[in-house]
Design a protein around this ligand. Structure first.
Ligand SMILES: *[C@@H]1O[C@H](CO)[C@@H](O)[C@H](O)[C@H]1NC(C)=O
Ligand SMILES: *[C@@H]1O[C@H](CO)[C@@H](O)[C@H](O)[C@H]1NC(C)=O
Ligand SMILES: *[C@@H]1O[C@H](CO)[C@@H](O)[C@H](O)[C@H]1NC(C)=O
Ligand SMILES: *[C@@H]1O[C@H](CO)[C@@H](O)[C@H](O)[C@H]1NC(C)=O
Ligand SMILES: *[C@@H]1O[C@H](CO)[C@@H](O)[C@H](O)[C@H]1NC(C)=O
Ligand SMILES: *[C@@H]1O[C@H](CO)[C@@H](O)[C@H](O)[C@H]1NC(C)=O
Ligand SMILES: *[C@@H]1O[C@H](CO)[C@@H](O)[C@H](O)[C@H]1NC(C)=O
Ligand SMILES: *[C@@H]1O[C@H](CO)[C@@H](O)[C@H](O)[C@H]1NC(C)=O
Ligand SMILES: *[C@@H]1O[C@H](CO)[C@@H](O)[C@H](O)[C@H]1NC(C)=O
Ligand SMILES: *[C@@H]1O[C@H](CO)[C@@H](O)[C@H](O)[C@H]1NC(C)=O
Ligand SMILES: *[C@@H]1O[C@H](CO)[C@@H](O)[C@H](O)[C@H]1NC(C)=O
Ligand SMILES: *[C@@H]1O[C@H](CO)[C@@H](O)[C@H](O)[C@H]1NC(C)=O
Length: 461
């Protein structure tokens, strides 16, 4: 609006106008990814094949250019990161004009992960300030190749992913950007964002499996626990959350995304409250212009029974939904089928047997708006191939492929100030869309906009 107003004011002054337009365009990139650094450029040396580990060469370049430099992966060159790398960089631009390849030997990677204390390994771990990653717009270059297919195929029936899988990368910065990120067949979790003031633009994550291949478990696109974040213009094809906001996530805007299969779980908040006694928070989150096709969920809020914390001020706006099992979903009775520690009986699904997990609290959820949704519910082939528990972890007893909204709050005060506006999501069968709603009490939800019941969806506003 501002720039339009400026333009019309300045229209007669053609010369001045162009001088003013340029910086306006730049500032939408936060001014970070556009210009090269003034400092030195350190080119990462490549060994030329996977029999040479290029990780030390990256670490060398990172050391020399750690302050104000540019770290360059040369155009069209393949790099082999046989060992995990980490670097702390300030006022640095990383240019990935070649491709980064993870090792293809599963047991070799597993040994590295297993020998790391805690077993959590990020193959590439970057931290610092004003750190800017720029990939490539050349379709042959700028890829990070995880060779995840063989990991997915190696997963035995009835298991949700083999042991000792690494995370791909962590971006933990105070100020930074990621542009033109392209990831192919990640082993599992792709990007972990922590820190603050991070701008992410133009992302393609392709975790599609081959037609009869294994399910790409835990291939989360973004796990965000950072503050002041924008993620925009992304395509994520995967087998878990495309973007999820975790404990500590605050002021995160996620816009203009396409999310699809093989087993996508959409846009999420959580899971929160797994560790009982630890207070977890997520606030001021905005999702807008998201297209979800063939996923189990469109949006999902997931918290564990017996957890503590607060989710506050979340909006899911303008969703296009195609063939999705549970378009709008919330559970305060979440559990992880891959982690016995979190199960302890399957809660409501197990007739209220929480088996040892004390059900004396829940993460409070306050101020959630769903508006302007349209599209179709997957009526005929619900779910995906991620189900290895019985009952299936995503089962909603009584659901019949017509539920556009499933909201399961744990008590009459746990969910407050919810609003629904213009939810035009219908079953593929053309049956009336239904709602399965527990504990959205009108006393705490004065502008709810629908009748919370187990039955046909009735909007009231
Ligand atoms: C894209 O990358 C390939 C491989 O490095 C190279 O041969 C080609 O010239 C590049 N295309 C452009 C337009 O830069
Ligand atoms: C970074 O890598 C070095 C060398 O591989 C290692 O000693 C160090 O523990 C790593 N630090 C972190 C924070 O991972
Ligand atoms: C090196 O690459 C070849 C294929 O190019 C692959 O068969 C082999 O497993 C790779 N080795 C490692 C250690 O990743
Ligand atoms: C894969 O890695 C394991 C463990 O490091 C090693 O024993 C084995 O020889 C490697 N296989 C190949 C084909 O390199
Ligand atoms: C990790 O390595 C230890 C020691 O070799 C072994 O006992 C354990 O089973 C391994 N854990 C996993 C999850 O692979
Ligand atoms: C992120 O970086 C900060 C400062 O460099 C450090 O204190 C913090 O432990 C890091 N957090 C994670 C999750 O790596
Ligand atoms: C929220 O984050 C954006 C960047 O995505 C930033 O421009 C804005 O100032 C932040 N708002 C607050 C209140 O910190
Ligand atoms: C709610 O979150 C949005 C998106 O981050 C933000 O713009 C808005 O100011 C927040 N509202 C309040 C009352 O904090
Ligand atoms: C919906 O998705 C399922 C897989 O989840 C697929 O089998 C089915 O063909 C899709 N239906 C439509 C109408 O696209
Ligand atoms: C509902 O759960 C919240 C959070 O655990 C708790 O503070 C509150 O007392 C409970 N309310 C009722 C009516 O049980
Ligand atoms: C609503 O969902 C709850 C919780 O998943 C389930 O137990 C119940 O049977 C469902 N009710 C209907 C009518 O579908
Ligand atoms: C919906 O069904 C669940 C499970 O049968 C029940 O606990 C809940 O009270 C019902 N909600 C409403 C509003 O009827």
């Amino acid at each position: 609006m501002l720039s339009l107003a400026l333009l019309s004011l300045l229209a007669p002054l053609a010369v001045v106008q162009s001088a003013i337009i340029a910086p306006l365009t730049r500032s939408s990139d936060f001014g970070r990814t556009v210009t090269a650094r003034d400092g030195p450029t350190c080119t990462v040396k490549a060994g030329g094949s996977n029999s040479t580990d290029d990780s030390p060469a990256f670490s060398d370049a990172a050391k020399q250019c750690a302050d104000g430099g540019t770290i360059l992966f040369s155009e069209g060159v393949d790099y082999y990161f046989n060992t995990p790398v980490n670097a702390t960089l300030n006022n640095v631009e990383i240019q990935l004009k070649g491709n980064i390849n993870l090792p293809q030997n599963i047991s070799y990677v597993q040994n590295i992960v297993n020998s790391t204390a805690g077993g959590n390994v990020w193959w590439l771990s970057l931290s610092g300030s004003d750190l800017n990653f720029v990939g490539s717009t050349n379709v042959s270059n700028g890829w990070i190749n995880g060779y995840g297919q063989q990991w997915w195929d190696a997963n035995p029936a009835n298991k949700s992913g083999i042991a000792n899988r690494p995370h791909l990368w962590r971006f933990n910065v105070t100020g930074g950007s990621i542009k033109y990120l392209k990831v192919r067949k990640p082993i599992a979790w792709v990007t972990t964002l922590s820190g603050s003031d991070i701008d992410v633009q133009d992302v393609f994550v392709d975790a599609s499996t081959t037609p009869n291949g294994g399910f790409p478990f835990n291939t989360d696109g973004f796990d965000v626990s950072a503050k002041n974040v924008r993620i925009t213009d992304f395509t994520i094809l995967n087998g878990d959350d495309a973007v999820t906001i975790n404990n500590g996530g605050e002021n995160v805007t996620v816009t203009n995304g396409f999310i699809s299969g093989p087993g996508c779980h959409g846009t999420s908040i959580g899971s929160l409250g797994q560790a009982q006694g630890v207070y977890q928070t997520v606030k001021n989150i905005w999702f807008e212009n998201i297209k979800v096709q063939g996923c189990v969920y469109g949006s999902r809020i997931k918290t564990y029974l017996g957890g503590q914390g607060l989710v506050q001020n979340v909006t899911f706006a303008n969703y296009d939904i195609v063939n999705t099992t549970f378009p709008i979903y919330l559970t305060q009775n979440y559990f992880n089928q891959g982690s016995t520690q979190t199960q302890n009986g399957a809660g409501i699904q197990d007739g209220g047997n929480y088996g040892g997990r004390v059900d004396n609290s829940s993460v409070l959820i306050d101020g959630v708006t769903y508006k302007d949704w349209k599209g179709t519910i997957n009526t005929y082939q619900p779910g995906d191939r991620s189900c290895v528990s019985d009952p299936c972890w995503y089962d909603v007893p009584g659901s019949d492929g017509t539920q556009s909204i499933v909201i399961g709050c744990s008590n009459s005060t746990a969910c407050s100030n919810f609003e629904f506006k213009n939810i035009q999501v219908i079953p593929e069968s053309y049956a009336a869309p239904k709602i399965n709603c527990t504990y959205l009490e009108t006393a705490n939800n004065p502008n709810l906009g629908l009748v919370c019941t187990n039955g046909t969806l009735v909007e009231t506003a």
